[in-house]
Design a protein around this ligand. Sequence first.
Ligand code: CAA
Length: 304
Amino acid sequence: MSITHGIKRLGVLGAGQMGLGIAYVAALRAKVNVQLYDVSPEQLDKGLKFMDKLLAKDVSKGKIAELDAKEARERVTAVGKDKGVAGLRDVDMAVEAVSEKLSLKQKIFGELAAELRPDAILASNTSSISITKIAASTVPQNVSAASEQGKANAGRVVGLHFFNPVPVMKLVELIPGLQTTEETLTRARAFAVACGKDVSTSQDVPGFVSNALLMPFINEAIMCLEKGTATRDDIDKTLRLGMNHPMGPLQLADFIGLDTCLAIQQTLYHGTGDSKYRPSILLERMVDAQWYGKKNGKGFYEYD
Ligand code: CAA
């Protein structure tokens, strides 16, 4: 018997580029109602305007019907800071897509476990932080992790890792923590498929499969630049034209966000204790300078 995801209402936490993309595919492809939550009213406004632009572009290119775009947009509502996470109380699933900070995610998952229905799935779009650790934060301090409540809380937490730009990239990486139940995994997988994605599964190791492979590659490209092995343009050109990558590694780093790249590389380095993952000093310095890449106008390249 196939298990459906059973999700009618989805909460998305974080209206940045990932959260917005998740809201977009959920409303348009999976046709679920989406409550998009962000503590910043400016970010919510910016996110919803971007969604309008994306829908209008897809209609003008004949990729989607005008009515489908209209219905998708109507499925998305904004939830602001005033209501807090409690504003998502009725959702069947929440996907967290806030910045890559363990303490922030732990706080959010503690609140989600307390506010949402016990059968709601709690997913994280983290690109490298341990799902097991995040799941543990759903168990209140006075409750044993081995108790029924402890197992039920943590058992509904799962990693659901989308790729940027979410409307375009075809994959979702599914990551069970030690505590994740089979039912949670099956429903989360079914939801990703309903969003039009193919799914790969990774164990809960630092970086999962995707970033255990991608981030050392990007870090190595930055080290090549640092050492003067080749210029920025030649590093990117080599991978674009020599290996048919859609973007060179330095352009891709800017696209992902240099702060995010550094956070992932640090997770690999500290999570494994292996010196081969040491972050490039140039990457650290660029983040110190608050050069975060495309999102704030300066990284290895400059953006308008
Ligand atoms: N949101 C939605 N759609 C977007 C978009 C965005 N942010 N950026 C581009 N697109 C769409 C464009 O609208 C365009 O759609 P149409 O075909 O309908 O016009 C399509 O993507 C192609 O865009 P462009 O023609 O402007 O440019 P392109 O052909 O160079 O493609 C790209 C852009 C899809 C981003 C391509 O360069 C690419 O695939 N780059 C690699 C991206 C990648 O590797 N992503 C994964 C990063 S890792 C990650 O996300 C996870 C992590 O853990 C770090």
